[in-house]
Design a protein around this ligand. Structure first.
Ligand code: 523
Length: 130
């Protein structure tokens, strides 16, 4: 079985994408990612996505279209990403250093983690529609 990390490409009503700056581990700290985390044993991807967004950002999200399939991560992990909308709450950096809402023009203004960069390129094609 593949080990899965889920990520949320959270878009707002203006077509901006939420980027989150990692606080740890040291080798990833300062890099920007789509928020998310590991799927727990026995948990399904969707439940993990909603749980991680609540834990990390304090928001409830509704997931839409999946962006691509299994994106490679280091080790045995793959990253699966869904477009998402916030249905409850205002995002706060509970576990990240900083959050930014990026407009289409700003999408590549942050230093995305290597795994996230091609996914953000794929998300670019979805801006304006979920
Ligand atoms: N990534 C990554 N991009 C990305 C996410 C959500 C995760 O490259 N958008 C990588 C970073 C870590 C691994 O996936 O190497 C696990 O993500 P992490 O640390 O956010 O997952 P957690 O919080 O579930 O992990 P533990 O703290 O170990 O429980």
């Amino acid at each position: 079985m593949k080990k899965v990390v889920v990520g949320a490409a959270i878009l707002d009503g203006d077509g901006r994408l939420l980027a989150a700056q990692r606080a740890e581990p040291p080798e990833l700290a300062g890099g920007w990612e789509l928020p998310g985390g590991k799927v727990d044993p026995g948990e399904d991807d969707h439940t993990a996505l909603v749980r991680e967004c609540l834990e990390e950002l304090g928001v409830v999200v509704a997931a839409g279209t999946q962006v691509g399939g299994d994106w490679p991560l280091t080790g045995d992990y793959v990253l699966r990403v869904w477009l998402a909308r916030i249905i409850e709450g205002e995002p706060e950096a509970k576990e990240h250093l900083e959050l930014r809402w990026l407009t289409a023009d700003e999408l590549f203004d942050v230093a995305w983690l290597p795994a996230d960069l091609p996914i953000v390129r794929a998300v670019q094609g979805h801006l304006g529609g979920i």
